[in-house]
Design a binder for this molecule. Structure first.
Ligand code: ZN
Length: 354
């Protein structure tokens, strides 16, 4: 059990920057560096849990306050998608969150590093500095001429979800629905296809989590990079629109891509409910299925910390060793646990962002 404590974790998805942005406090840096009680992912807990790096998502929130209404969701499992954002509003919030990312790096005095390639991630991890990759979840801040893409890339953007669970100029995200199929509408627009090509050329990871089935098919046909869903689970075990069906998993495997296991209970449980008393056994069941579908090199983690209700058995980033211990109990050897915890992520990133 203690052995797993020394395995670092690279996490495919957290919403810590959104959490800090929503607090709208003066000195958000200290909330992360010293730790705020309401956050899953903050430096002291990250250190405790062996969190060594991850994709830090910037999510342009709706202008009119939209809250994922868990009570309504629990009743009818169908949450309305918020309205589309306009470019100016999305750019304002995206830049504000990017600013928080860079302020954290400055204030951390080396404890937190924004990394632009896999060599920088490895170097940060070796020095015990939390390695952050600049990721955007929903491309609303990018104009269809893709001028903003150049600026964001120059600032360090290395991973981009074309859509969150709403529509934009590039494509359509799945609404949160259970049970439901991800086949919820048309594929990418011409601008969406141009954005995928531009991301390939700039070596920006194209994240498939939240994208609908037709959009996924378009990316699979177009992209020359490994197919990656940073935080999604197995549809056969939990029939959420956000989870991956058999053909999607096959396409990811064929591309030598990766899926990060999402800890959100609503995407784990066969009944689709958001409940903190969800056991680690269910996470292991999804890992078993992902390993079977993708092989040992195609599975990683994508916690959704600070963006979702995760099992109380994990709690926050300090609980990551308990998940690794559950893998060991299930009979996964140390080499496989290391692959899932961080090695697969670094390998696929090396082949994607360089
Ligand atoms: Zn998400």
């Amino acid at each position: 059990m203690h052995e797993q404590n020394h395995i670092p974790v690279f996490d495919g998805h957290n919403d810590m920057l959104l959490r800090l942005y929503n607090m709208r406090k003066e000195n958000v840096e200290s909330l992360f560096l010293e730790g705020s009680p309401t956050m899953h992912n903050k430096l002291p807990r990250a250190r405790q849990g062996g969190l060594a790096g991850g994709l830090f998502a910037i999510f342009p929130p709706p202008v009119e306050k939209f809250e994922l209404d868990t009570k309504t969701a629990a009743k009818n499992f169908d949450v309305p998608v918020p309205p589309a954002l306009d470019l100016g509003d999305a750019q304002a919030s995206t830049i504000a969150m990017a600013s928080i990312l860079f302020r954290l790096e400055r204030a951390s005095k080396g404890a937190f590093t924004v990394c632009r390639n896999t060599g920088e991630i490895r170097a940060a991890m070796a020095q015990g500095s939390l390695a952050a990759v600049f990721h955007i979840e929903g491309a609303e801040a990018i104009d269809t001429d893709l001028a903003m893409l150049d600026v964001l890339h120059a600032a360090g953007l290395r991973s981009l979800g074309l859509v969150w669970s709403r529509s934009n100029a590039f494509g359509h995200g799945v609404p949160f629905r259970f049970p439901g199929s991800p086949d919820t509408g048309p594929g990418l627009s011409d601008a969406g296809k141009a954005l995928v090509r531009a991301c390939n050329a700039l070596r920006i990871l194209v994240d498939l989590s939240h994208l609908n089935a037709a959009g996924f098919r378009d990316v699979a046909a177009l992209s020359d990079a490994p197919l990656i869903a940073t935080h999604s689970n197995v549809h056969a075990l939990c029939e959420s629109t956000r989870n991956l069906t058999d053909w999607q998993l096959r396409a990811i495997r064929e591309s030598r891509g990766l899926v990060g296991l999402n800890f959100a209970t609503g995407f784990l449980r066969p009944d689709g409910r958001m409940r903190a008393d969800t056991g680690l056994d269910l996470m292991i069941r999804h890992l078993d299925a992902l390993l079977e579908a993708l092989g040992e090199d195609g599975v990683g983690l994508g916690s959704d910390f600070d963006g979702a209700l995760v099992p109380a058995a994990i709690g926050d980033a300090s609980g990551l060793p308990r998940l690794l211990a559950a893998m060991a109990e299930r009979g996964y050897g140390r080499a496989l646990i290391e692959k899932i915890a961080w090695r697969n992520w670094l390998d696929v990133l090396e082949r994607t962002i360089g």
